[in-house]
Design a protein around this ligand. Structure first.
Ligand code: 6PG
Length: 252
């Protein structure tokens, strides 16, 4: 893990700063390619960012060429409080009236394996190079990822076979090693690797130990094997943390 994180005063400031970063990347993508696609995560870390998206309304509001997808999803109904789609809908998509045709949720009405297969096909059709789809291929611009205390990201957990899956953009994970222990669908490392910019969010003292492992100067190999440490992207991987998670170093 080479780059040092960007340190924000707290989660609120960090979430707002990441939202501004996303708006900049979206403007760049729309100028260059006329569209912008972002994959978001669940959990608590993205909440302020979602609220900032909603308050700016421009983010994927009617007519803005944003496509929204997920880095991972719990295979539960959208109204279930554990749903990552439900979280984004409540804090952002509904208040900002993002049109349904710009949203690619994981089809959680299906069992996990079938949902992962269907989602994989949707992603390939929309984003894979050389797709046969009549629709123009769209770039997959940003993935906003969280970090679990065990080093997981999306629903890629340490030691799980899903980490080694190649040739797929998304896969089912039936045995998450962290709560909520419900079947998941997750982007694979290969799937995340198609993104231009990966943006990690890590707020709070509970993330301090895993961050110090991921960024340890002694390069302990174990840490580098953590799922979050294995994420690569086409152009950049950046980390946004707050002072509770990263007590040393200057604030952003
Ligand atoms: C999920 C998330 C997951 C999350 C981390 C961090 O579906 O649970 O995608 O990977 O990002 O567990 O969770 P917090 O943001 O709540 O700390």
């Amino acid at each position: 893990m080479s780059l040092r994180p960007i340190v924000h005063a707290d989660a609120e400031a960090g979430g707002r700063a990441v939202a501004e970063r996303v708006f900049d990347l979206a403007a760049e993508a729309i100028r260059a390619r006329g569209a912008f696609a972002i994959a978001v995560s669940g959990g608590r870390s993205p909440e302020t960012m979602f609220r900032a998206f909603a308050s700016r309304r421009a983010a994927a509001a009617e007519g803005e060429p944003w496509t929204v997808l997920w880095c991972d999803e719990r295979v539960v109904p959208p109204d279930d409080p554990r749903s990552n789609f439900g979280l984004a809908r409540r804090l952002w998509l509904a208040p900002a009236r993002v049109p349904a045709e710009r949203i690619i949720p994981v089809p959680t009405e299906l069992p996990a394996e079938q949902a992962a297969d269907r989602y994989d096909g949707l992603l390939r059709e929309r984003f894979a190079p050389g797709a046969s789809s009549p629709r123009p291929r769209q770039a997959f611009d940003v993935a906003v990822l969280g970090l679990g205390p065990d080093g997981h990201t999306a629903s890629l957990f340490p030691g799980r076979p899903s980490l080694a899956v190649v040739g797929r953009w998304s896969v089912a994970e039936r045995s998450p090693t962290q709560e909520p222990r419900v079947p998941r669908v997750t982007l694979t490392l290969e799937g995340i690797g198609h993104v231009r910019h990966a943006i990690f969010l890590a707020w709070g003292a509970e993330k301090r130990p895993v961050l110090s492992s991921l960024f340890s100067d002694d390069g302990t190999t174990g840490a580098r094997d953590l799922p979050a440490g294995r994420v690569r992207a086409q152009e950049s991987v950046e980390w946004h943390v707050d002072r509770s998670a990263w007590p040393t170093g200057p604030s952003a």
